[in-house]
Design a protein around this ligand. Sequence first.
Ligand SMILES: Nc1ncnc2c1ncn2[C@@H]1O[C@H](COP(=O)(O)OP(=O)(O)O)[C@@H](O)[C@H]1O
Ligand SMILES: [Mg+2]
Length: 329
Amino acid sequence: MAIVGMAGLGKTTLAKLIYHEYEIGRHFHEKIWICVSTPFKVNTILSGILEKLKPEKARIRGKATICENLQEHLKGKRYLLVLDDVWNDDPQKWDNLISCLSNVQDTKGSNIVVTTRSVSVASIVQTLPRHDLRKLSNEECWLILKDKAFPDGSSPLTNDEGRIARGIAKKCVGVPLVAKVLGNMMRSKKRDGWCSIQECNIWDLPEGGERILSVLKLSFDQLKSSSMKQCFAYCSMFSKDFKIQKDDLIQLWMAQGLLRPFTSKSNLEIEDIGDKYFRILSKNSFFQDVTKDDHDIITECKMHHLFHDLAKHISESMSKDFNQTRHMA
Ligand SMILES: Nc1ncnc2c1ncn2[C@@H]1O[C@H](COP(=O)(O)OP(=O)(O)O)[C@@H](O)[C@H]1O
Ligand SMILES: [Mg+2]
């Protein structure tokens, strides 16, 4: 079954809700979540499934051996497999994947859920009717945006401010990721800054992926420190869906010499600067899916696939600029 919708609409969120539903856990013997994204490599997906079932078998290579092992570990089981963010529209590759899974005996009642941005991908994979995610209403976007922009304790809005803020919620055209990012941006701005969001030329772009990416880029451009921008771009080196350990990331930023004090008078330790960068980036949704420890301190996080695309794009253009400058010197 395919869940279909544009980037940032909530496909992964919906699939996750299903995946973690109590009754789902009781119904299926095994649950497996694979982040597919690009490229669609059948062997990588199959070995990923095997690794989730039997971590000690992560190193097994060769499709035939992987399939034999899957046969051994999935046989007689009802399983739920989620393939998140599939882009492949080559039916042969899909058949290649399914032929291995359908050779596993006695898996009646098993289910594969695919999330994708593309209707043509859905048409290849679906055997059940696809689920088209609807956009949120303006009111629902407003609730998300309001929650980010005016956290509890903010001073009440004047009529004029309320009108501008609701106007911005409309610009989200039903995409919750956009509502979150714009809400975050509004939190750190005054009324004039809100007007500049409302009047910005991004809204001339046609609705869709490019416009959403431009909203994320706008939020990136408004990060105050250039070293924080570099720290974000650095995260493109993680694979999509990688669980980033906060402390490791700060150490990596330090090792790369990316952390700089906020002001010349700052006497923060370098680790504390890293921690502050991390908190600012998380608060602005550059990082999401955060896990906290018992003291409410973030220990790990992930990046939304679109923010990962943005980080990659920025890090590529940063290295291009660097090479050009070096060439000219
Ligand atoms: N119904 C919703 N209400 C509030 N926030 C949502 C909702 N659906 C998704 N989100 C948020 O929007 C962002 C994008 O959702 P995600 O599921 O990652 O989108 P997709 O997988 O379609 O790209 C996430 O930060 C998620 O928490
Ligand atoms: Mg997703």
